[in-house]
Design a protein around this ligand. Structure first.
Ligand code: ZN
Ligand code: ZN
Length: 890
């Protein structure tokens, strides 16, 4: 326990001191010796951009709440932190920073530049994560670009290769001409834009009727390999089987039929090009058509396109449309909405090219993935449907090779003679085939090999995170695998979630995690995605500086997994205010509970609790139950609202006010009541702090140091248990009556500009409700003590009172102009005469004549007060929420 010299205000700048202390004392260390049940979190490894953003704050606050909660529930929690390092953005950044192109320097030099940049960025982000109060065990940090991690990624490649689940083949792949690499389907984003639908005349080879074909991609005419119509389309019965001339290119293609053709689109006649889209790929495979490669890896037209060779796609499209017009092939153009596939990293339109690439045999694993997905508990459940829908739409294998540098190398070579694949052996890993040489010879007898320059998709790294954190391939990994929880964003369900389930199942035969919690995205205050161009980006540093990590965490906690969340300054400020309110309340309470000790047993104290104590303890235990259940079901908003409502309103506003009078009493007869109040205050403060600890870890520890009996962090204490015996409907009803009654009198005092300490002579409570009478009898001491009431009487019936006129105010604005010279006489009468008589005469007759002047209610204002039969002034209050009348005599 710290000596109590509690500062007047809570200072959020103290958060950093706690962060250092937690790190120094290593309080989040995973032990892993099996003495406690394990709880392993498969934390997302973010891309090290160098800056954490609000999306990270949301995602990691959820993880941190769960990690801290589970630790307090006595689990041995592993909350590791990884970094998913590889990828194009770093390469691009390095090119910019050093003003080079990746080909300008040797591969290993370029790679080193990427490693250096990434290491710097990791350092920055790690510091930010610590400043947000996240409780990772940094001794389990993993970094995908290290030899240790690359060894695991390559080993997983080897194992799947030997199982026949990874293969090399020539297939159409999604290609980003900007990044100059193949990408996976999951990395293609579809966007709608407007383009021209061009109606082209394809003449028939036999000189009879040709066909009109509508296309958005005339630049692919040179790669046209067939024309297709629906077999039941009556308009084109004659066309099937004929050959049509490809405009401008002087060669012909066959008209085939296929049920996939949509007769409603364009003219119902479609040209198949290699490759305009996914359907083209399907048709080429199904009908065994030729493949013509018209576009190269940089998006430049190839020789096969004749005079268009060397143009880029856009230039080619413009020129071809011009030529089609000139030659009379273009019959009309109309605007049409088009769904364009874009590279998710650079947003360039993707092309479909035919490439020799490495693939994971997704199609062989789909059933396994579906079944495994179903074994996992999804929060919210509809996110599972997203994954299953994606799984159902999978008709291509996963292309895992990339034509880049900064990534895990594909661990293979090719024989320089026969081209056969030579795969690395396990004991060589990690291996870089561009540097290292394989052992032995090729089956053909040749000993020369060419190293693969392709590297692996970064999802090949991150999709084995559950294996990496549990220590795979060491057999001991089975002690920790499957992991308990995968927390992640909904934007990477098709990628990270899908690939992890697929790979881990293929490698271990088991699901990678028992549960997955999916978080939403964070938007700006204007409801749009945060972006520099929109100017709606909020930096975490700004919030930390002004309000601290705990206030920011309260904003993040006030949300529900799966739903997107707008950032809101007002929520951060509310959290900030809440913590200060709690701080001030604690400072006051601490004066009274500091060093509190009693010789009584807890049982004795509980027997002597007064009604307001029982009320707050019942509410507390209900809150413990609700918050525990809410965290367990990941409804964080509900948890945090319950705690805040309880502490702010029930505890600070009502309970503390209602016990103050008991804390000041020192007489022996008051001691029992005082001890009960002290006990209750201490119990509520301690349990509330523990409930808050996962949400506002700094604040909770800051206060806890003053009340803890020893030097121990609140995060190493146990979660409060629900004391069911203390949850009582009747105690809560009594407390509610007390809160309402005290509230009415408090409002009366502040409405009458009295201080809350102003004594009240008598309070008479009139009610016929016998249950209410019983409650009030129990509460009598608290009401009297809190509101400083001398006599409190419970009365039957209604107050016996009447109105008395205390003052008559002549309305000169009326009297002057109306009565002119007689006005002074009238005023004199009104002020001299018996006030009650004036009023009663006006009430009964409606007028009084003085010197011929007719005085009515228009000419006066009467001030009245309520008095008892004996003439004592009283206030009458009809309570809002209780069936009673209060009569107050000050
Ligand atoms: Zn790209
Ligand atoms: Zn060979």
């Amino acid at each position: 326990m710290v000596q109590n010299n509690i500062p007047k205000d809570y200072d959020h700048k103290k958060e950093t001191r706690w962060q250092s202390k937690w790190q120094k004392d290593n309080i989040y260390k995973f032990i892993g010796d099996g003495t406690k049940p394990n709880y392993i979190i498969d934390t997302p490894p973010p891309y090290p951009t160098g800056a954490t953003h609000m999306g990270h704050v949301l995602n990691w606050t959820y993880i941190d709440i769960i990690a801290r909660f589970k630790r307090m529930q006595d689990y041995d929690v592993l909350f590791p932190q990884g970094w998913d390092c590889h990828g194009l953005p770093t390469e691009v950044k390095v090119e910019e920073t050093h003003n080079i192109k990746k080909g300008d320097v040797p591969r290993d030099e370029f790679r080193k530049m990427c490693v250096d940049l990434t290491s710097e960025n990791i350092k920055l982000m790690k510091a930010q994560m610590i400043s947000l109060g996240f409780s990772q065990d940094w001794s389990s940090e993993f970094v995908t670009m290290t030899p240790e991690y690359m060894k695991r990624t390559q080993l997983s490649f080897l194992k799947m290769y030997h199982e026949g689940l990874i293969y090399r083949g020539i297939h159409p792949v999604n290609w980003c001409p900007r990044c100059e690499t193949a990408i996976a389907f999951a990395e293609v984003e579809y966007h709608e834009n407007e383009t021209y639908l061009n109606y082209l005349e394809f003449p028939a080879e036999d000189g009879e009727n040709g066909a009109l074909i509508a296309t958005t991609r005339p630049e692919l005419l040179s790669a046209c390999v067939a024309v297709v119509v629906h077999p039941e389309d009556e308009r084109y019965k004659e066309l099937a089987g004929k050959r049509l001339e490809v405009p401008l290119f002087g060669r012909s293609v066959e008209v085939i039929t296929d049920k996939e053709v949509d007769p409603e689109f364009g003219t119902g006649v479609v040209m198949i090009c290699t490759f305009g889209d996914k359907t083209d790929v399907l048709w080429v495979n199904k009908h065994n058509l030729d493949v013509i490669e018209a576009i190269d890896e940089q998006g430049i037209m190839q020789e096969v396109t004749g005079e268009y060779c060397g143009l880029n796609i856009k230039e080619c499209k413009e020129k071809i449309i011009d030529d089609l017009k000139k030659e009379g092939y273009l019959k009309k153009q109309e605007n049409v909405a088009q769904n364009v596939g874009l590279c998710w990293r650079c947003k360039a339109p993707i092309e479909i090219l035919v490439k020799n690439q490495w693939f994971v045999a997704v199609k062989d694993l789909i059933e396994d993935v579906k079944q495994t997905t179903d074994e996992i508990k999804w929060t919210p459940p509809y996110m599972e449907t997203r994954l299953l829908n994606w799984t159902g739409s999978m008709d291509w294998d996963w292309c895992i090779s990339r034509q880049r540098i900064f990534a895990t190398p594909v661990p293979v070579w090719y024989c320089s003679e026969c081209g056969k694949v030579k795969i690395a052996s396990e004991d060589m890993l990690p291996v870089d085939p561009t540097q290292d040489k394989p052992e032995g010879k090729c089956e053909c007898g040749n000993g020369e090999f060419i190293g693969e320059t392709d590297v692996l998709d970064t999802w090949m790294d991150s999709s084995i995170s559950p294996l990496s954190i549990t220590g795979w391939p060491d057999e001991k990994y089975k002690n920790y695998y499957p992991t308990a929880l995968r927390p992640q964003g909904h934007d990477i369900i098709r990628t990270w979630a899908f690939y992890t389930i697929l790979r881990c199942k293929a490698l271990t035969g088991k699901r990678p995690f028992d549960e997955i919690v999916v978080n939403g995205m964070v938007f700006g205050e204007d409801g749009y995605k945060m972006s520099k161009s929109r100017g709606n980006v909020i930096s975490t540093d700004d919030v930390l500086e002004n309000y601290g990590a705990d206030a920011l965490r309260l904003w993040a906690s006030n949300s529900v997994p799966g739903s997107d969340v707008p950032f809101a300054w007002k929520d951060v400020k509310y959290g900030y205010k809440f913590l200060r309110k709690f701080w001030n309340a604690f400072r006051f309470i601490n004066m009274h509970i500091e060093g509190f000790q009693t010789s009584k047993s807890q049982k004795e104290i509980i027997e002597n609790l007064n009604p307001m104590d029982k009320w707050i303890l019942s509410k507390l235990n209900r809150v413990i139950k609700d918050v525990t259940e809410s965290i367990e079901s990941y409804t964080f908003a509900n948890a945090v609202n319950k705690i805040q409502g309880f502490i702010w309103h029930d505890f600070c506003d009502e309970y503390i006010e209602a016990v103050k009078y008991r804390l000041y009493g020192d007489s022996p007869e008051l001691l029992i009541s005082k001890e009960a109040a002290q006990y209750t205050l201490q119990t509520v403060i301690s349990a509330s702090l523990k409930l808050l600890a996962p949400f506002t870890p700094h604040f909770a520890d800051e206060i806890y140091q003053y009340i803890a009996k020893e030097d121990i962090r609140i995060h190493n204490t146990l979660w409060p248990e629900v004391n069911k015996k203390l949850i009582s409907e009747s105690a809560e009803e009594t407390g509610r009556v007390g809160v309402e009654l005290i509230g009415e009198i408090r409002r009366f005092k502040s409405g009458s500009k009295m201080s809350l300490n102003t004594p009240i002579k008598t309070l008479n409570i009139y009610t016929a409700d016998s249950a209410l009478i019983k409650e009030i009898e129990l509460l009598s001491a608290d009401i009297k003590g809190t509101m400083r009431i001398k006599d409190l009487n419970l009365m039957p019936g209604k107050p016996d009172i009447k109105e008395k006129v205390t003052e008559i105010i002549p309305q000169m604005a009326k009297i002057g102009p109306e009565f002119k010279g007689n006005a002074p006489e009238v005023v004199k009468y009104l002020q001299s005469e018996n006030k009650d008589e004036v009023v009663s005469k006006l009430d009964s007759e409606g007028e009084i004549i003085i010197n011929g002047c007719k005085i009515t209610w228009d000419h006066i204002e009467a001030k009245k007060e309520v008095v008892t039969e004996t003439g004592e002034k009283v206030e009458i209050i009809h309570a809002d929420n209780l069936d009673l009348i209060l009569e107050i005599i000050v």
